[in-house]
Design a protein around this ligand. Structure first.
Ligand code: ARG
Length: 655
């Protein structure tokens, strides 16, 4: 049962007589910020009044004259400029709460019109180890799958892994030039990862070398501007400011990663085997050679195919191990290679239909009013990332008949998806919702993309290990501090640490509005107070401990027919918050933003705290009140548990 939806339906009916009113106005019906103003507030009279050229209070009065909601709320009041304050009747909503007690779905009705979603997420390039950049796509995509599924939609998850791109050309090159055969035999994944890093370092070196003259020039140019500024009036505040800005600019340029990495590579000696600085002169053509290895693989060269077939299972084992730890599974893992033999056909069709055409020897799709086309075949005949994505759309449409395809991919690919979706429309896929569920970057505490001290990307595995390690310390310290002595054996502590550590990592990500960047911090994500998984898991475990302490069987209580009563404001506020779970899920699903759900869980946990401080549970004045409060506790815990489950986070009964 969704109270907000019910209120909106009543207002929709009341708005019918008003010209100019639309469903968008109904978005202005919201939970009230302050209980003084009731439980919900309808703020639609102000914009409506403005559009109609009438005093908002009049408009509000007219709406109320037609509003038929006497079964839901007490007579509404108009406040201030035209706010409509709505106070729900207890005997309207308590039965819904009572119904949630015995309901597995906690009163969340499945959607009336289920849709079919294909969700494309995680999708690492598997030739290299997963790193911090993959956490967001993986975790957000998984939360969306779970939430949409719970709401009653049909969801197909598909991990579109990069198993066919240049990365494989890189490890092929590495394998042929730098292989440590014994290491490969011993641990293929680790050796392939080393080869990948080595090759990318050497390639990066030559990339930097190409770039240096450009950078040098730019620095000289900016330095000249700085010198000139210094000749101007040094007492002028504006000039002083400008000098400072310019100085920062020059410093910034000088310290770009380009310089850092170049010097790092040059200075590196003996620390890596084989010695990179000695390697470098022997691999001048590495970048084109790597491309040639990739091209040979794509052209069906037997040696490269054989090696690729040998590498792939090892790479897949590696990512599957991490997915196992994260509790993530996919319905399909159809990587780029799966589409290889369909690409030529797709390109041919696009050309025949006049959607793609030749330009400088390449095949491109041009878009009305846009200069940059989308490349689908290069001059040398190679297909591109975009070509594969087009073939993938066709396959998914034919195979799954989705109403929507969601791509959970970082914001740097927004141009790619804009073009891809436009091309798909031109191609005839006009009905399906194609959505780039984009997200920002994970930053370090220095506000720059999160890197290790030596400047490398942070491996996902080490991230998990560190989070679990720190969670372990917290779990142990807490258990040791329990008034009646510790109650968790070491093995249980380890299991809990894994759940708490990984939960913290996921929640820290999901609780951010996905489109913003966020700063990664172990301390913050594991904080026991605040909007964290740890706080939520604690809230859950604390409720459970009440049942343990009072020797109450929750399942029996639910079946007992005990009644919920709400004599105090804190109880009433908690009850209403519990009933808002469906609203939060709708908000999270509407715009594919899991942080709407975490924000709700945080509110719920806070209302619960207030309730718990004000209302004795096990020692309530009467048995009826005790049972009512226990039911509220139970509903709170179940809602938190369910909410976390939909985010892919586990709870524990004891912490
Ligand atoms: N493998 C790609 C990368 O690492 C992401 C793929 C996203 N999905 C897609 N259908 N393009 O950048």
């Amino acid at each position: 049962m969704n109270i907000l939806q019910e209120l909106q339906a009543r207002f929709r009916a009341a708005l019918v007589g008003l010209s100019d009113a639309s469903d968008a106005d109904l978005d202005l019906i919201r939970p009230a910020q302050d209980p003084k103003f009731g439980d919900y507030q309808a703020n639609l009279a102000m914009p409506l009044g403005k559009r109609l050229g009438r005093p908002p209070r009049d408009v509000a009065a007219e709406i109320l004259g037609r509003l038929d909601a006497a079964d839901l709320c007490h007579p509404p009041e108009v406040a201030g400029p035209g706010f409509i304050n709505l106070r729900l009747k207890d005997d309207y909503f308590i039965p819904h709460l009572q119904a949630a007690v015995g309901d597995q779905r906690l009163g969340v009705a499945p959607v009336e019109k289920p849709r079919t979603f294909v969700i494309d997420y995680s999708a690492p390039n598997v030739a290299k180890p997963m790193h911090v950049g993959h956490i967001r796509s993986t975790v957000i995509g998984d939360a969306l799958c779970r939430t949409l599924r719970f709401l009653g939609h049909r969801v197909i998850s598909d991990n579109h892994i990069g198993d066919w791109g240049t990365q494989f050309g890189m490890i092929l090159y590495g394998y042929k030039h730098f292989l440590d055969a014994a290491a490969y035999k011993n641990n293929p994944v680790a050796e392939l990862a080393r080869l990948y890093r080595l090759v990318s370092l050497v390639m990066e070196y030559y990339g930097i070398l190409d770039n240096l003259p450009v950078l040098e020039k730019e620095i000289q140019k900016q330095q000249k501007i700085l010198e000139k500024l210094k000749l101007e009036d040094q007492n002028n505040k504006k000039i002083i400011e400008k000098i400072k800005e310019q100085d920062d600019k020059v410093k910034e340029l000088r310290s770009t990663w380009v310089f850092d990495n170049a010097t790092r590579i040059w200075l590196e000696n003996g620390s890596t085997t084989p010695d990179i600085s000695k390697l470098i002169p022997e691999h001048k053509e590495i970048r084109s050679d790597v491309l040639a290895e990739t091209a040979k693989l794509h052209a069906g060269d037997p040696e490269n195919r054989k090696l690729w077939q040998e590498f792939l299972p090892a790479c897949e084992d590696e990512i599957n191990r991490i997915y196992g730890r994260l509790g993530i599974r996919f319905d399909h893992t159809l990587g780029e290679s799966f589409y290889e033999d369909r690409l030529a056909g797709v390109v041919e069709e696009l050309v025949n239909k006049g959607i793609a055409r030749e330009s400088d020897g390449a095949l491109c799709i041009f878009f009305p009013g846009e200069k940059v086309p989308m490349l689908i075949r290069k001059q040398d005949g190679a297909f591109l990332y975009a070509t594969t994505d087009l073939a993938t759309i066709r396959y998914r449409m034919e195979q799954f008949h989705p109403d929507a395809i969601l791509y959970v991919v970082d914001h740097r690919q927004s141009m790619h998806f804009k073009h891809l979706f436009e091309a798909a429309r031109l191609w005839g896929y006009g009905d399906v919702e194609l959505q780039h569920v984009s997200f920002g970057t994970v930053l370090g505490e220095d506000n720059r993309p999160f890197k290790t001290r030596s400047g490398d990307t942070v491996g996902l595995e080490s991230l998990l290990d560190e989070a679990v390690l720190r969670a372990g310390e917290i779990v142990s310290a807490n258990d040791d501090a329990k008034p009646d002595g510790p109650e968790l054996p070491p093995e249980r502590r380890r299991e809990i640490a894994e759940i708490v550590g990984i939960g913290a990592l996921k929640y820290a990500d999901l609780s951010q509005n996905r489109t913003s960047d966020y700063v990664f911090s172990y301390d913050k994500m594991l904080a026991m107070n605040g909007n964290t998984a740890t706080y939520m898991q604690y809230a859950y475990a604390r409720v459970r401990s009440i049942f343990a302490k009072g020797n109450v069987d929750a399942a029996e209580l639910r079946r007992s027919g005990a009644e919920i009563v709400l004599p105090t404001p804190a109880e009433r506020a908690l009850a209403l918050e519990i009933l808002r779970f469906p609203e939060a899920l709708d908000r999270a699903a509407a715009d594919y933003r899991p942080h709407q759900l975490t924000a709700y869980l945080f509110d719920l946990a806070n209302r619960y705290s207030t309730f718990f401080e004000n209302c004795p549970v096990l020692r309530a004045e009467t048995d009826a009140l005790r049972r009512s409060r226990l039911l509220l506790c139970d509903l709170t815990a179940r809602t938190i548990g369910k909410g976390l489950e939909l985010l892919g986070i586990k709870v524990v009964e004891k912490m």
